[in-house]
Ligand binder design. Sequence first.
Ligand code: ADP
Ligand code: ADP
Length: 238
Amino acid sequence: GPAARCARLVKIYPSATGETHALRGIEATFPAGALTAVTGPSGSGKSSLLSVLALRERQSGGELWIGPRAVSALGARALRDLRRRDVASVAQRPTHSLFDHLTALEQVEQSARLRGADLADCRTLLDRLGLANRLRARNRELSGGEQQRLAVAAAVIGVPGLIVADEPTAELDDESSQLVLEELRRCASLGAAVVFATHDHRGVVAADRELHLRYGVVSTESDAGGPATASIDSTGRL
Ligand code: ADP
Ligand code: ADP
């Protein structure tokens, strides 16, 4: 099956006035080898979907499969292992996922160790993301855009099967955005399912598919601007 799949996925948040139904029955598949852009107006559920998909939050109803595993059936320990090894997550404000006491290189190496990835790949990854001269910098010495690219590096090292990023280029200039999108494309070409939310036309153009949300459901699913999907492994294995 696909790297990830949602059926009738529901997310409800408690609110002052009762409940907010952020996701009202999402039907979607996220194939291995493809970049899926999640779009939609503010409040349509993009962040909620990515948060559940990245295993940062549990769904309120419906089902999510990561590879062959139904997430609702997993205990805390199995979820943690899945999160550590197979699912990468870049939050909308990635600063919180970075460690102040580590250098840029050490952060990516720590992530590589957790995932059993080759430590020798960390430098080349940071180099591709334009951070070759920032290897020894700590968080407070990095600009917002540098922190964003570092968070992407820490997430994608070792190329986990599912990579989820909430507006990974929102705070970046054109050149840095391009580096991030190229890295996500590279991960997809190595077999990852990549899912990212975007407001940005360039983000949609860089993707293979667009999933457009409205009021917590998928309103349209279409081909986007990326390369033809013929080269994608249609078995979509994680
Ligand atoms: P969300 O839909 O994720 O809740 P919003 O639409 O509320 O996001 O946008 C949050 C803020 O981020 C707004 O000020 C918006 O203009 C800004 N923003 C969103 N996407 C981008 C982007 N790609 N580039 C620059 N600013 C963006
Ligand atoms: P988008 O990313 O498209 O802007 P969100 O998923 O952030 O959409 O929001 C969908 C709905 O869920 C909104 O009404 C929002 O206010 C609500 N929501 C999102 N996250 C939370 C949360 N942590 N607690 C309460 N309500 C939330």
